[in-house]
Design a protein around this ligand. Sequence first.
Ligand code: AMP
Length: 445
Amino acid sequence: MASFKDLNLSKQLLNALTDIGFDTPTPIQEKALPIILSGKDAVGIAQTGTGKTFAYLLPIIRQLSYSEQRHPRVLIVVPTRELVMQVVEEIKKLTIYMSVRTIGIYGGGNINTQKQQVYDGVDILVATPGRVIDLTHSRTLQFKSIQRLVIDEVDEMLNLGFRAQLTQLLDLLPEKRQNLMFSATLNEDVEVMIEKHFKSPEYIELISRGTPLEKIIQQAYQVPNFYTKVNLLEYLLQTDNSLSKVLLFVKNKKIADEIFEELKAEFESVIGVIHSNKSQPQRFSAVKKFDEGEHRLLIATDIVARGLDLKDVTHVINFDMPAKESSTYIHRIGRTGRADKTGIAISFITKKDAPIQKEIETLMKKKIHLLDFPSEVEISENLTKDEKPVTRDKSLKKLPKIITPTGAFHEKKEKNKKVNLGGKRRQENKRRIAEKRNRIKSSGK
Ligand code: AMP
């Protein structure tokens, strides 16, 4: 097996890698290094978890000479602020024995502080697309010295609607530069962008498109509705201690908050939630607690979870299956089973999910293994507002709309009612589980 020592890296980088504790390059690193060092444009098809960040950072840092000029020479564009922070951290670790100025800029951070930092001089700029364009408007940031551009997680950036900003950015950069792009999947949108802006790129492809990592065990339960999903999740957390670092995906922030509300009586101290309505400090804190093992469960939407480097995730749970993109499923489950560890992905599948499940299975050329629904878990009859069938009573069609005043106090009362219902359910659920435990105990005697 190759070692980093065989890869034409500098002494400073090798020492930094030794400090970090990495001695063997991952396959994407081994493949990408010589190509990127050659100066060619390159497109890496690699999921998070493959070591793709170091795959582009190592050769870039290897060839970055010392300079006192103020304008950045490397621009790394990523979709989220979390990823900005993470990439900056990785660069700092790698350049500990070098004099490299690295700055991360992202929307939501103080723009004046960021301007000042850029003004003071920077070698590697890591940024989200919108904010970097804002900074160029003020002329504080100039791109005339950019030699290398990395667009990381480009598929996600396009999903998030950054296409216009990306195109604008690409047009602002000097003609003569090296373009590097990383994406978990290649789709038509990404290919159009490569065609337009890249010069005969080399493709660094590790796995065929959409193939999930082999070491992920994929399981599923058929679950009829939200409250049954909550019951099942609660049951799994109560009965299976191997669920020690669980990343739970939900379709939107409302559901994320509702699950937290449902589970907080028993699990508040071990659950974190991240979504776009959470403030940046809240998000960082939740990720940190999860990363450090204080929290056992992190509830997340796709947008904020993408790109986060969460180590040793034991389980990924799809509380909601992805609504449209089958590749999202691959992104999600790729968050567990990292490096040489195995991981488990559990999906809660409703009847409505049948088409996307089929699409995912076709994409993977593999079936998701269906597990028997645990008999101890209550199947709830309660339906959320979104789950209730829409009844159309024609006779009511023409009646004028009755507007009921809905003050904050009134809303709260309604909300409380719902939580109470959940409490009863929970108690019932607990009773069943306790009964089961007793049965097991007494049969063991
Ligand atoms: P990435 O795919 O860039 O998100 O990296 C996934 C994880 O693998 C991160 O936690 C990295 O720190 C880690 N990693 C990257 N390169 C190596 C390596 N050569 N050996 C072991 N772990 C690595």
